[in-house]
Design a protein. Structure first.
Length: 252
């Protein structure tokens, strides 16, 4: 389980940011996102402050910019792909950009959405790079988040790796039997594999549930380490709140 708990961790595990309580990192980085989302384009200095804060956090955690970019580029293009059409469909003062004409209000909306999406995505990436997913769930549990959602996320995370291993074995079995589809009509085997995977997953879930009930499952995840909120955690959250909220109020 130790290797599983470290999935996604990047940077220096012994850095000051990695050693912070997961609740402090969750509150602090979520606060950065909240400030960015609530800021209009006219108060753009708040965007700069949020970006500077994330850069400082990444530097203290020794998370390489390449790692951040590798993870950001998975999610961010989907958001920007939708926002890029806003300048063409929103009404407003026309702006000539050579071969195309867009609206000034649409460009402002696109810039606002892009800035908020970039800052929010980077905040989530840094949280994932400095805090393991089980620790994030533990922090949410201690912050009184809905227990059902936490349990669903915990089991999804734990058994996603089991399902991936099952898919790998099925692919190896298909390859060993000479399955090499050359046209769409030969892809029917994929449907049968998906059906078998669903049935195996359902049966495994039933066995796991019965085993947990037999061992006295009380709908709470056992924890080896107890979270401790220290002075360093309070300083981290307080510094983020003081700097970002002051810039947000001044720039408003």
């Amino acid at each position: 389980m130790s290797g599983l708990n470290q999935t996604g961790i990047a940077g220096d595990p012994h850095s000051p940011i990695h050693r912070l309580d997961p609740r402090a990192k969750l509150i602090g980085l979520a606060g950065v996102t909240l400030v960015a989302v609530s800021t209009p384009l006219e108060a753009w200095p708040a965007y700069v402050a949020c970006a500077a804060t994330l850069i400082v956090v990444a530097a203290l955690a020794r998370v390489h910019p390449r790692t951040v970019w590798t993870r950001v580029r998975v999610v961010l293009p989907l958001v920007l792909f939708v926002a890029v059409f806003v300048p063409f469909v929103r009404e407003g003062d026309p702006v000539d950009l050579g071969p195309v004409t867009v609206s000034e209000q649409g460009l402002a909306t696109f810039a606002t959405v892009s800035a908020k999406a970039i800052l929010g995505t980077c905040s989530a990436v840094l949280l994932g790079a400095t805090t393991s997913f089980p620790d994030v769930l533990h922090a949410l549990e201690r912050l009184r988040a809905p227990r059902l959602l936490i349990l669903i996320a915990a089991f999804m995370y734990r058994y996603l790796f089991v399902i991936v291993d099952e898919v790998s074995r099925m692919r190896a079995a298909l390859a060993a039997r000479g399955y090499a589809p050359r046209h769409a009509l030969q892809a029917a085997a994929i449907g049968r594999v998906a059906t078998a995977l669903f049935l195996r997953t359902y049966e495994r879930a039933e066995r796991v549930h019965l085993a947990m009930v037999a061992r006295g499952w009380t709908q709470t995840m056992p924890r080896l380490n107890v979270l401790t909120y220290t002075r360093a955690d309070a300083i981290f959250v307080g510094a983020l709140a003081a700097s970002l909220l002051s810039v947000r109020v001044i720039a408003a």
